[in-house]
Design a protein. Structure first.
Length: 196
């Protein structure tokens, strides 16, 4: 029996109600709707005309929600082949000219994305939702993620948001960034970092 294709809808904005496909559960996790809603309620108007980087994109549901709500440019980063296919399909439902996809390892590709931001003199929201470290081969994923955050140049960062397992202790300071707040949703927590 073929597995039923998982989907989710864009919650609000220009593309509200558009159906996004989700990649298979084994390779990626989809951010829960409640997490998404809370996040976008927090940013609401700040996202308009902003640049947005979704570091581990999966289906791209966060970046495409940002696009729907008025962000002008989205950078997507994804390594998994199936997820990439799904991501590109989802982008085609919205505005592909506002989206750039970087395929391959996010820890390497972040440099290319930062170079683009520097060249355009842009700062961006970085949404970082690494695979849970309980998955095989992902044991050091959070250490690498914290190093990635610390490496981001402050001139190109508006806000950093990390979606992570609730049990994970995230330090108050990562490089030059300070924890602004954390919000817990069951097993998932959003932690916000900025420069102040």
């Amino acid at each position: 029996m073929k597995n039923k294709q998982l989907t989710k809808k864009i919650i609000a904005g220009k593309y509200k109600g558009k159906t996004l496909l989700l990649p298979s559960k084994t390779t990626t996790r989809s951010s829960k709707s409640i997490v998404l809603e809370s996040f976008f309620n927090t940013l609401q108007f700040d996202i308009i005309d902003a640049t947005f980087v979704e570091v581990f994109s999966g289906s791209g549901s966060i970046g495409l929600e940002a696009l729907s709500r008025g962000a002008k440019k989205i950078f997507f980063m994804e390594k998994d082949r199936d997820a990439l296919k799904t991501l590109k399909n989802n982008i085609s439902q919205t505005n592909p000219s506002a989206c750039e996809v970087y395929s391959g390892d996010s820890f390497s590709n972040i440099n290319a994305v930062v170079s683009r931001l520097k060249k355009q003199d842009e700062n961006a929201y970085f949404y970082i939702d690494p695979p849970f470290s309980i998955r095989e081969g992902m044991e050091d994923i959070y250490d690498k993620t914290l190093a990635l955050v610390a490496s981001l140049p402050i001139d190109n960062v508006k806000l950093i948001i990390i979606e992570h397992m609730s049990g994970l202790e995230i330090p108050d300071n990562i490089g030059l960034y300070h924890k602004k707040k954390s919000k817990r949703f069951g097993n998932t927590t959003l932690t916000y970092f900025d420069v102040e």
